[in-house]
Design a protein around this ligand. Structure first.
Ligand SMILES: O=C(O)C1=C[C@@H](OP(=O)(O)O)[C@@H](O)[C@H](O)C1
Ligand SMILES: C=C(OP(=O)(O)O)C(=O)O
Length: 683
């Protein structure tokens, strides 16, 4: 997951490949609650691991349900069988509607019938998301529920520690025009008390987001509960209802998360490798209503084929076709249509989406504000949004997208990086995707491509002990970029040769076949740098690299032309989305001469000797400051006067003398330079 302050996505030119989707949020949280209410054990596969499911799991743990992660990635839940073990606790439910609403209903009923008391709260936005219609329904039943903040909104207190008989004779009336989750909550909870008699729920007025009710009913079915539907608005929970664990249950991939990749397939040109996007984990047999996003994407021009659990998407009509659609049945995925509309041949109108205003943020306002920043003309109404794309490539703007702590705003606008003007897009606070799809951007970059010269590189060079390794890794961290420690590469070849049993002694290296083998080995190395750690084939080899023998082997293999050529390729290969910080000699002069920012870091020899001294002493090594200084001065002279790859700043490098700066100050300076030359200087 990207935890950076912002993520700059370079302009993208193509996409192809396969995406494995994480589990459905709606299914995961329903299954967790049903498993917790059931008797016995439920083993769940492919559960979503995200903020929304974590708060639900934490709540179940606090209620003393058994929650046991298994070695194979499954999760085992030991249900409560409807009997509370904990009678008083406070639960924090983040911004998860699928936790807050169903838990309010289930714990409201249990607190009343078993004499308990619970307080449910969430993030500040959760305290602005309505829950009044559900509270009304619970009060009709006789459950004591009080608002601890504003009327109609969480936080809530459920129960008062005393037993209250429930009023189950009359139908329980609930409104469904603000959120379908209120009805879902009652459907999931009322079987707890439908023991002696049928319990009837009547929906008053319109029911929005109806397909989510179907998910609820289907999952209730898997737990042995068959609800009778009488017309469109009457639901009967039969007397004698009892949750029965299915034993094992698997969670489908998330159909709302699929929408970003369906859109990607519809709007991205194919790559040299393949045509189109394949999505694994969710398909045409999905029980999630958002699978109907497929129909909407087809209307806009996407070519989509599919199987039960898989989808294939290719660009069809181009530009995409503008549409006028009622989106009440796909409220979450419809946001993705708003971004597809930026690539359409006219004005798109998405209607009947009033619920957008009371979700993670006011989504109609958010999509309108951020879409306008990109150059689109957008009209918004109480329950619709109308999008006219920028009239020509020149009218697109490089925008820093504010994401309002809304995962879907962040995911949607990443697709603006395919703009015809070739502009980057900045996504602020990218970690907000943690609500439902923590690795969204990683998944996106895996299937997207762009011309290498469009992927930004920051080069950092400087004399020994100037702190360039620390600076480079900090900058990479702050920007979410890859890191290349080029100085370590020759040592890695030495180490890799050692592991494979390939000799690097001077005599053997004279044989052409051995030189070729080492070249091939260097080309195939699987290397990753992370902070001060280096990984070879996924194994941390940082300590092994610092040994004397790795250093010796490095100096021998560095003379082999095949190794040098392979490493050049390897270094270029580090230029991957979304960007690279390259540390070491030659980076700005030879390897990435076109890099947009080159930093040459210096510090006085005295300062560098001091730093090295402190470093050695802190590790318990003996050190002498005078000899360290003499060594440094001699090494500077050798490094800058050698003919091959001498130590010298690239002509267009910015020099930073960090003698009087701490790491944070140096990082700030470099990030300041980066920001001022970025496409988003005002942000
Ligand atoms: O029941 C569910 O799992 C959901 C229902 C929908 O909410 P509304 O019914 O409030 O539209 C949807 O937006 C939400 O992401 C998940
Ligand atoms: C509306 C959403 O979430 P919640 O389940 O919190 O309502 C969403 O995921 O888009």
């Amino acid at each position: 997951m990207y935890t950076t302050e912002f993520l700059d996505i370079p302009p993208l030119t193509g996409a192809s490949g396969t995406v494995h989707l994480p589990g459905s949020k709606s299914i995961s949280n329903r299954v967790l609650l049903l498993a917790a209410l059931s008797e016995g054990v439920t083993t769940i596969s492919d559960l979503l691991d995200s903020d929304d499911t974590r708060v639900m799991l934490q709540a179940l743990r606090q209620l003393d349900c058994g929650v046991e992660p298994l070695a194979n990635g499954q999760l085992r839940i030991q249900g409560l069988g409807g009997q509370l073990r904990i009678k008083q606790t406070d639960l924090f439910l983040g911004n998860a509607g699928t936790a807050m609403r169903p838990l309010s209903a289930a714990l409201g009923l249990l607190a009343s019938t078993q004499g308990a008391q619970f307080e449910l709260s969430g993030v500040p936005r959760m305290h602005e998301r309505p829950i009044g219609d559900l509270v009304e329904a619970l009060r009709q039943l006789g459950c004591p529920v009080s608002y601890l903040g504003n009327d109609g909104f969480p936080p809530l207190r459920l129960g008062d520690g005393l037993i209250h008989p429930l009023m189950l004779d009359a139908p329980i009336r609930v409104r469904g025009d603000v959120s379908s989750q209120f009805l879902t909550a009652l459907l999931l909870a009322l079987p707890l008390v439908a023991t002696e008699q049928d319990v009837v729920i009547e929906v008053v007025g319109e029911l929005i987001s109806r397909p989510y009710i179907d998910i609820t009913l289907k999952l209730l079915g898997k737990f042995g509960l068959h609800i009778r539907e009488e017309g469109a608005s009457r639901f009967v929970i039969p007397a004698g209802s009892r949750y029965r664990s299915p034993g094992e249950i698997a969670v489908e991939g998330d159909a709302s998360s699929a929408s970003y990749f369906i859109a990607l397939g519809a709007l991205a040109p194919p790559t040299a490798i393949a045509n189109g996007i394949t999505i694994e984990g969710v398909g045409l047999a999905s029980i999630q209503g958002d699978i109907r996003f497929v129909e909407a994407a087809r209307l806009m021009g996407a070519e989509i084929t599919g199987e039960a659990n898989r989808l294939h998407i290719r660009r069809g009509a181009w530009p995409l076709k503008a549409v006028d659609l009622d989106c009440n049945h796909i409220p979450d995925a419809a946001m993705t249509l708003a971004v597809m509309a930026l690539y359409a041949d006219g004005t798109t109108t998405l209607r009947n989406i009033a619920s957008w205003r009371v979700k993670e943020t006011d989504r109609i306002a958010a999509m309108a504000n951020e879409g306008r920043k990109l150059g689109a003309t957008i009209e918004e109404g109480p329950d619709f949004i109308r999008i006219t794309p920028p009239p020509n490539p020149e009218s697109w703007r490089a925008a820093s997208i504010h994401t309002y702590d809304d995962h879907r705003v962040a995911m949607c606008f990443s697709l603006a990086a395919f703009n015809p003007a070739g502009l980057p897009v900045r996504i602020e606070d990218p970690k907000c995707v943690a609500k439902t799809f923590p690795d969204y951007f990683e998944a996106l970059f895996q299937v997207c491509e762009t011309a290498p010269q469009r992927i930004p590189v920051i080069c950092v060079d400087g004399p020994t002990a100037s702190g360039k390794g620390t600076l480079a890794s900090e900058i990479a961290d702050r920007l979410g970029y890859h890191l290349l420690d080029s100085g370590a590469l020759y040592r890695l070849v030495g180490l890799a040769a050692d592991k494979k049993g390939l000799s690097t002694d001077d005599q053997t290296l004279k044989e052409p076949a051995q030189a070729r083998r080492l070249g091939e080995l260097a080309a195939a190395m699987n290397v990753r740098f992370e902070g001060h750690q280096t990984y070879l084939d996924g194994q941390d080899v940082s300590d092994a690299l610092r040994t004397e023998s790795a250093g010796m082997a490095a100096s021998r293999v560095s003379a082999i032309p095949q190794v040098r050529a392979a490493l050049l390729q390897l270094q270029h290969g580090f230029r991957r989305l979304p960007g690279l910080v390259a540390d070491g000699r030659d980076m700005g002069t030879v390897i990435f001469p076109g890099a947009p920012l080159k930093v040459f870091l210096t510090a006085s020899a005295e300062q560098r000797a001091q730093r090295r001294y402190k470093q050695l002493i802190s590790k318990g090594n003996a050190a002498n400051i005078d000899s360290l200084l003499a060594d440094l001065v001699a090494r500077d002279l050798r490094d800058s006067s050698r003919t091959h790859a001498p130590l010298k700043p690239a002509e267009d490098a910015l020099q930073l003398d960090n003698s009087a700066l701490d790491v944070e100050q140096s990082v700030k300076q470099v990030l300041g330079w980066w920001q001022s030359q970025s496409a988003f200087p005002g942000n």
